[in-house]
Design a protein around this ligand. Structure first.
Ligand code: ATP
Length: 222
């Protein structure tokens, strides 16, 4: 059966989740206290309603209990976000994702027991910072507090050398899980083939190991 989503808070973040899910053909209930925002999403989401997510009765009336996954995208008003999270967990919503504004907010949300806490500004800031350090670092995805996945372009230091020769696992403690060659993704790359300039490596590891790997093999000196 098709999953039912609800997005509470139609700012830039909530709005783009709502639009993207709707474009993917999902059923989305868009909720905001602001009538203008609700009108903006009337033709995008399956339904759009004015409601205050800190009001339990209002949430029940709009049928929030029938929703499989609720995304709380209220930003500035941390109190409202926390209260909404408490109400939704009390109501037994199957999956709750909440946008955190800062680390304290995130801690409280984890304590309440929401399924997923997202920190889009912080994560995007980190990703952009890594790309700023080097054009060879294409993407950076945090897996936990101390492990990440990076997507790096094979630059001057790695081109023409094989994975065996570079021995990234022994030297840096990171694992190359796949190599993108143009449109192709090779998930069991040959250890003996020479890497081509512009190939993209997908590497997983502890942050401190990834950092050593980047400094020594990814960031070109000029
Ligand atoms: P973004 O960065 O995603 O634009 P933001 O972090 O600045 O958003 P806000 O603008 O504070 O977040 O909130 C996002 C939306 O949430 C706003 O449209 C606001 O009207 C709505 N909102 C705030 N409180 C509630 C609430 N209690 N119930 C429903 N919607 C709410």
């Amino acid at each position: 059966m098709k999953q039912e989503f609800a997005v509470i808070g139609l700012g830039r973040f909530g709005g783009s989740i709502c639009t993207e899910l709707s474009e993917e053909g999902m059923s989305v209930l868009a909720i905001d206290t602001d009538e203008e925002k609700v009108n903006e999403y009337k033709n995008i989401a399956s339904h759009a309603v004015i409601a205050d997510s800190t009001d339990e009765t209002a949430l029940k009336e709009i049928g929030i209990k029938n929703i499989d996954h609720v995304i709380v995208a209220i930003g500035e008003n941390i109190q409202a976000s926390i209260l909404a999270a408490v109400i939704l967990t009390d109501l037994g919503i199957k999956k709750i994702t909440v946008k955190a504004q800062n680390d304290y907010h995130e801690k409280i949300l984890n304590k309440i027991g929401v399924d997923q806490v997202v920190h889009p500004e912080r994560d995007m800031g980190r990703r952009i910072a890594h790309h700023i350090i080097s054009n060879n670092i294409l993407d950076y995805l945090e897996l936990s507090d101390d492990h990440s996945i990076v997507e790096v372009k094979v630059g001057k230091k790695m081109a023409g050398r094989s994975l065996t020769e570079l021995d990234i696992r022994a030297n840096y403690g990171c694992n190359v899980v796949a190599i993108k060659e143009g449109e192709e993704i090779n998930v069991s790359p040959s250890a003996e083939d020479a890497l081509n300039h512009e190939d993209i490596l997908i590497v997983i590891g502890a942050d401190k190991d990834i950092s050593r790997f980047e400094k020594n093999l990814v960031i070109d000196d000029d």
